[in-house]
Design a protein around this ligand. Structure first.
Ligand code: AMP
Length: 629
């Protein structure tokens, strides 16, 4: 079938289109209505249908391939490797589900998962899905304050965590950060289940903390029946950064989510049952949810969970995994490829990569140099794909499973089926002509798999995403983009204050709030600045309460280190600015709005832009001087 016809059908007749796609998963009870869009922009997909993500990811495959690999957990940090067949995964998930039930978790309860990339994390997610609990995975790189904010919003009855993760050969403690987060949070989770990896000593809080291994022993033969959920019940919440300091809980449904993943695994990722999928992301991000845990398993593939860096023990590690497990589809981020590019290519060429059919890259713009380099080294198609935590699966890419489609350097591709993408002029709201820059928006209804709402805050969902254009209610991606005459899109960066560091999405407001908590800082601006390796890095400009503190360069550096340490402790090293500069004033408009874009432009050596509304141009000189120090 021609992709253009497939796409048109999805937009012109979404009901028949998605009714057909819905056949890719098992339903315990058929849906009575494909889409209820009577209350836009809220969508209800597959109304009345009952299904379960864990059933579709695990149980469904037991009969046909119970003894085939399902989850391959590899850690180059602890030098361990373990393959779970679908039967074994099923048994582990049943045990974990029984453990959760014994701790009082019920359908609809939230379970917060703060874990390293170990198999137990996947068991926990799938066990939640099995019993209808709502998981909220928090990236292990986040520290106590970030975690506390999420605990307060999700109000989990249970937290599942571990003693520590490991990175670059060093243990990264989780338990002390979790204890601190619970102390900081107003809401106190009743129970905490802890996996002890033997990496860091842990003290269990009496009455609250439970040892995972001991509890597992009590549930070895457990069989927990699947709880069938209505398609629009909540499957999970995943927090993501926005323009305020308060992260948004992206809430996803059950049925639409399962259908979107099954469908994208077939049409976009071209995965086949029995093959192996390797996504190098982390379960703390949306890629980890969609394409480490749920997507590949729903497609009957084995999925690899990898703890470690791309370059330890050497930069050949990922390719040795591809060879050993005959990976057919691999998913990573441009930053990781840029890291690999700094190492000798021989490390890659040493391995037999003939099983690999394509490498998918997402999360940040893919530059042409990186793309061409890796394409040459691997000799397989490199498929850029553009999407967001909010959408759960690609908005733009190519659907080679429908029709082989050429890619275009610098472009993540064409519109994916179900997404009615437009580029709108920021001020007039009119559709842009070919090659004209505007805001990338999607006309409702959003296809299955996209966020239902912001957890607990429907109004914020509508206000944040759907109220940016005066006359029309369209979903804003908050990305700038252009579409060329052939329908290929180019993404030109965010329209808001979200930055993208090594494919990790961070809100500058969150970092600013953290820095402001340093007793010496009276005001601060954080901007994202272009970086060759990480795409962007955060750079801070702070005003001190007492500028006399900086008596010399050593004092300045010490203070810079202190401010960075505050961010490390509160948000995690992932959010640490690469530099903290001290200035006496910050560029603002006459109405007091920070001119972050001008600061960013100066940092990147560009023109500071439109300054007609600037309060005091001398502030720009300060930025330049600070950068020169
Ligand atoms: P996240 O929700 O963390 O996945 O971040 C989503 C944001 O990352 C998007 O809104 C874009 O700004 C950026 N992004 C993701 N994928 C791509 C891509 N393939 N090309 C350019 N930007 C991307």
């Amino acid at each position: 079938m021609q992709y253009s016809d497939f796409y048109r059908q999805s937009i012109d007749d979404p009901i028949s289109f998605w009714a057909k796609e819905a056949k890719l998963i098992d339903w315990q009870q058929p849906f009575s209505e494909v889409l209820d869009y009577t209350n836009p922009p809220f969508t209800k997909w597959f109304v009345g249908g009952k299904t379960n993500l864990c059933h579709n990811a695990v149980d469904r495959w037991l009969a046909s391939q119970g003894e085939k690999p399902a989850l391959i957990a590899i850690s180059t940090e602890t030098n361990t490797e373990h393959t779970y067949t679908f039967n074994e995964l099923h048994a582990e998930v049943n045990r974990t589900a029984a453990m959760m039930l014994s701790l009082g978790v019920k359908k609809g309860d939230r379970v917060l998962i703060y874990m390293p990339m170990i198999a137990e994390a996947a068991f926990a997610m799938l066990a939640c899905a099995r019993i209808g609990a709502v998981h909220s995975v928090v990236f292990g790189g986040f520290a106590s304050k970030s975690l506390a904010t999420r605990i307060d919003d999700a109000k989990p009855v249970l937290v599942i965590s571990a003693d520590a993760g490991m990175r670059g050969g060093k243990a990264v403690p989780y338990k002390p950060l979790l204890d601190e987060a619970i102390a900081l949070a107003s809401y106190k989770p009743e129970r905490v289940l802890l996996v002890n990896r033997g990496l860091e000593a842990m003290t269990l809080a009496a009455g609250r903390d439970v040892d995972y291994a001991s509890l597992r022993e009590q549930h070895m033969d457990a069989e927990v029946p699947v709880t069938w959920l209505e398609s629009n019940d909540i499957s999970y919440i995943l927090y993501t950064s926005g323009t305020t300091g308060k992260p948004k809980g992206v809430q996803r449904d059950v049925g639409g989510h399962a259908v979107a993943l099954a469908s994208s695994m077939q049409h976009i990722f071209c995965g086949k049952p029995g093959e192996t999928y390797f996504a190098t992301s982390d379960i703390g991000w949306v890629v980890g949810h969609s394409y480490i845990v749920y997507g590949p398993l729903i497609a009957g593939m084995a999925t690899i969970m990898y703890e470690g860096t791309p370059i330890r023990p050497d930069a050949g590690i990922w390719w040795s995994i591809v060879e050993k497990y005959k990976v057919s589809r691999m998913f990573s981020a441009p930053t990781a490829v840029r890291v690999l590019k700094k190492h000798p290519s021989e490390l890659m060429r040493k391995y037999d990569l003939s099983s690999l059919k394509a490498l998918y890259l997402a999360g940040e713009p893919l530059d042409e140099t990186t793309s061409s380099w890796i394409a040459k080294e691997l000799g397989v198609p490199i498929i850029d794909n553009y999407w967001q935590t909010e959408t759960g699966w690609p908005i733009l890419t190519v659907a080679n499973g429908v029709e082989p489609t050429p890619t275009r350097l610098g472009s993540p591709g064409i519109t994916m089926y179900g997404f009615n993408v437009q580029i709108l002029n920021e001020s007039t709201g009119e559709e842009c002509a070919a090659n004209e820059k505007g805001v990338v928006v999607v006309k409702g209804p959003l296809p299955p798999g996209c966020m239902q709402t912001i957890y607990g805050d429907d109004q914020r969902f509508v206000q944040t995403y759907w109220s940016n254009f005066y006359e029309q209610q369209v979903y804003s991606t908050f990305d700038w983009g252009i579409r060329d005459a052939d329908g290929y899109y180019f993404i030109l960066g965010r329209t808001d204050d979200v930055i993208n560091v090594a494919g990790h999405r961070l809100g500058t407001r969150e970092i600013e709030e953290s820095i402001s908590s340093h007793p010496q800082v009276s005001e601060v601006a954080v901007v994202g600045v272009e970086d060759k390796l990480k795409g962007q890095v955060a750079v801070a400009f702070a005003i001190l309460r007492n500028p006399d503190l900086i008596v010399n360069a050593a004092a300045r550096m010490a203070l810079e280190g202190e401010v960075m340490a505050v961010v490390d402790k509160q948000l995690g090293a992932v959010a640490r600015p690469s530099r903290v500069h001290f200035v006496a004033m910050l560029p603002k408009t006459r109405s007091g709005k920070l001119l972050r874009r001008s600061i960013q432009a100066i940092c990147e050596g560009r023109d500071a832009g439109d300054l007609t509304t600037i309060e005091d141009p001398a502030s720009l000189v300060q930025i330049r001087e600070a950068l020169a120090l």
